[in-house]
Design a protein around this ligand. Structure first.
Ligand code: PLP
Ligand code: TYF
Length: 397
């Protein structure tokens, strides 16, 4: 029955990691996938996580089924991080949050829910966006279009283009917005620009689906949630997918959440019942370990403080690597102005390297980047940065 099954294309990001893993050169560097590595080049196990895991191990917790929507105080903790302590929306009963299999799971559950109730809506994603956005919403059955976003000439935001394309969307379209630390460009709108985007979203009755996978990697947990809060406080009905994969360095535990801000309390109940139905018919209920660890950290003032400090450490190290990369590429003789790398936020930089230059880096130096020129700055460290900077400077000549 499978004779006509075609070979599916590889995920361009995860496919690159397979290629990297197969490379036998000792000095190879993977700047492809968006993962935070510490200065030793390892994926860190945070102290806050370790302590919560220790406590959980000692408690010898049973592993019964979780409720369909997951661990209650995990969901409340995730909600509080997004909407803030004492959010009036939460008090009004207008917010629901369900535990999901990472941020991807939140997008998928949200997409399936939307497809059931807004089947004809278009889904607009940024140009460019995270590769999986288009694939995921198309698989859910939507027609996916793009809105202008990145301006290669200025290496910044094409704000006029962005607002024009948002204004041109059919009323009721779903618009996927990166709340902070845009993947793949590292370019975010300013607060003033967000205010204008919000006005367009309201005027065109768009349904925002905010994706926040890097909360804490921009300016801090509270600062990075400002856009989400402004949209929610404006009275909009919206969806939010959030992820702890990066901020807790718990990639493989699949810790994420889908939050929906609905119109009123009664509507929230109805929406929750349908979101739970989506989950039930997909995987029944989510896994226990990762979410119970995250919940323990979010609900302990002491562990939360430790986590916040560890997150700041990751954020600061990425900033340092951005600065050092700019300095070192210049020191190696490149004449191009790379100062935009320092202005970009989060894990990524759209480096401006062409597909051919990226290929040269890979072939000559074993340095892997995406063909779009995206590099993961969080994979740089004090041991590999000189080699990378020298190779980039050479490629730029
Ligand atoms: N959304 C964006 C923009 C991302 O970069 C990622 C990265 O993995 C995700 C969602 C998915 O997060 P997760 O790994 O938690 O599924
Ligand atoms: O953009 C990235 O590199 C991260 C990790 O299918 C990732 O978001 C990449 C591809 C993918 C899932 C996660």
């Amino acid at each position: 029955p499978f004779a006509s099954v075609e070979l599916a294309p590889r995920d361009p990001i995860l496919g690159l990691t397979e290629q990297y893993n197969a490379d036998t050169r000792p000095g190879k560097v993977n700047l492809g996938v968006g993962v935070y590595y510490d200065d030793e080049g390892r994926i860190p196990l945070l102290q806050s996580v370790r302590r919560a895991e220790q406590a959980r191990l000692e408690a010898a917790a049973a592993r019964g089924y979780l409720p369909i929507d997951g661990i209650a105080n995990y969901n409340q903790g995730a909600q509080k991080l997004l909407l803030g302590e004492g959010s009036p929306l939460v008090a009004e009963g207008r917010v629901l949050t369900v535990q999901t299999l990472g941020g991807t799971g939140a997008l998928k559950v949200g997409a399936d829910f939307l497809r059931a109730f807004l089947p004809d809506a278009k889904v607009a994603i940024s140009d460019p966006s995270w590769e999986n956005h288009r694939a995921l919403f198309e698989r859910a059955g939507f027609d996916v279009v793009t809105y202008a976003y990145y301006d290669a000439a200025t290496r910044g935001l094409n704000f006029a283009g962005m607002t024009d394309s948002l204004r041109a969307l059919p009323e009721g379209s779903i618009v996927v917005l990166h709340a902070c630390c845009h993947n793949p460009t590292g370019v975010d709108p300013t607060a003033e620009q967000w205010a204008e985007i919000l006005e367009i979203v309201k005027a065109r009755k768009l349904v925002p689906f905010m994706d926040i996978a890097y909360q804490g990697f921009g300016d801090g947990l509270e600062q990075d949630a400002q856009v989400v809060r402004r949209f929610a406080d404006a009275g909009l009905t919206m969806l939010i997918s959030s992820s702890f994969s990066k901020s807790f360095s718990l990639y493989g535990e699949r810790v994420g959440a889908l939050t929906v801000v609905a119109g009123n309390k009664e509507e929230t109940g109805r929406v929750l019942s349908q979101v739970k139905r989506t989950i039930r018919t997909n995987y029944s209920n989510p896994p226990t370990h990762g979410a119970s660890v995250v919940a323990a950290v979010l609900n302990s003032p002491e562990l939360f403080k430790l986590w916040d400090e560890e997150l700041a450490g990751m954020r600061d190290r990425i900033r340092l690597m951005r600065q050092e990369l700019v300095n070192k590429v210049k020191a190696h003789g490149a004449t191009q102005d790379l100062s935009f790398v320092v202005k970009q936020r989060g894990m990524f930089s759209y480096s401006g390297l062409s597909a051919a230059q990226v290929e040269t880096l890979r072939e000559e130096s074993g340095i892997y980047a995406l063909s779009t020129g995206r590099i993961c700055v969080a994979a740089l460290n004090s041991r590999n940065i000189d080699v990378v900077a020298a190779a980039i400077a050479k490629a730029l000549k």
